[in-house]
Design a protein around this ligand. Structure first.
Ligand code: KG4
Ligand code: ZN
Length: 338
């Protein structure tokens, strides 16, 4: 039996500072996440400069805490993994400097990881993956349909032309007077509505895998403004449900078509919006009807966390594909070339 591989992973691409220890790519010994959301909430979104400073304040104790909770000594670590991109450059640099320092001090390999590869491989923490698979990635910065023909190989089938799904949730939530980040609040409100307010579906030629959310967002804003001008009370729950259903129908429809066309043996869901209950239910129902096994990570592995970075890093560990100590933060990074 090969010796246990223990990866310490670090994730600081946006507004969560996280460190985790994962064994053999699947056994999470610790996954410590410190969210800065309370700090950014007053500004209605992430302020990059503040995010970097907060990462600097917490990165050291988060790493210490991840090791303590895992009950793993420094000498037992096999490698250190870190999110190299995409993300906020100042935030990424904090994680990279910490990871390089650990790698150099302990003389263990450094593994740079693509953030979206991490979101997709969060699913490996739940179940063995079967290839080819199709991943629907929906986060604050991404809406992407990804074909994964074999482990660690990514082919983007289509993505958003404007706002990412999470961004759209956050903007609509803001218009409804809900706090940042708005996704979970829309999710909760939508569940309270008996009927959705009807809203258009933006299929953008249903034969493509391109997404666009701006038209839907404008329709929601127009609806809210009209109600306000007439002095009507905005049916917030109905709007939340109508918006959520419009987003979900397009996401699920295109995902199922991608699964059919690529002969997928599994469909996996990834990214912060994967925590959305409506999306999970609709995708599960669609996959059941068409016979595609669906893997969905638990909510704590959907939003940004370091365990998912370790899960993706394990693919590179197996191939001994290590990163030099002079790798740079890549705010824009191609998934195909990760
Ligand atoms: O993946 P993530 O944690 O960070 C990025 O890499 O962007 O995603 C954050 C996004 C936010 O836009 C947040 O509103 C959204 O995920 N989100 C949700 C839910 N939970 C988080 N959106 C809809 N429903 C949810 N339950
Ligand atoms: Zn993310």
């Amino acid at each position: 039996m090969s010796p246990t591989c223990r990866i310490l992973a670090i994730e600081t691409s946006c507004d969560e500072t996280s460190a985790a220890v994962v064994e053999n790519g699947t056994v999470v010994r610790s996954n410590v996440v410190s969210s800065q959301v309370q700090v950014h909430r007053q500004y209605g979104g992430v302020v990059p400069e503040i995010a970097s400073r907060k990462h600097v304040e917490s990165i050291t104790w988060i790493i210490e805490e991840a090791l303590r909770q895992a009950g793993v000594g420094r000498s037992e670590l096999s490698a250190v993994a870190v999110t190299q991109g995409p993300g906020l450059v100042g935030s990424l640099i904090v994680g990279l400097v910490a990871a390089k320092t650990v790698a150099a001090a302990l003389d263990i390999p450094l593994i740079g990881v693509h953030h979206i590869a991490g979101h997709i491989y969060a699913n490996r923490l739940v179940r063995e993956l079967e290839y080819p698979l199709v991943a629907l990635v929906v986060s604050g910065g991404h809406t992407e349909l990804v074909h994964v023909p074999e482990p660690g190989v990514f082919r983007i089938l289509g993505q958003t032309r404007d706002d990412a799904a999470g961004e759209a949730f956050d903007k609509v939530a803001r218009a409804l007077g809900l706090p940042y980040p708005g996704g979970p609040h829309i999710d909760r409100l939508a569940a309270e509505a008996d009927v959705p307010v009807p809203l258009p579906r933006y299929w953008l030629e249903s034969a493509t895998y391109v997404f666009r959310s701006r038209g839907l967002k404008s329709a929601v804003l127009a609806l809210i403004n009209q109600a306000k001008m007439k002095g009507d009370v905005v049916n917030r729950a109905g709007v939340a449900r109508g918006f959520q259903e419009a987003v979900i129908e397009v996401l699920v429809g295109k995902t199922l078509r991608a699964a059919r066309e690529t002969g997928a043996r599994q469909v996996v869901l990834a990214g912060g919006v994967a925590a959305n209950r409506g999306l999970r239910e609709r995708l599960a129902a669609g996959c059941r009807e068409e016979g595609f096994p669906l893997v969905v990570p638990p909510a704590e592995y959907c939003t940004d966390n370091a365990a998912m970075i370790a899960a993706a890093a394990y693919l590179k560990w197996e191939k001994k594909s290590f990163s030099p100590l002079d790798i740079k933060a890549e705010p824009v990074m191609k998934l195909e070339a990760w």
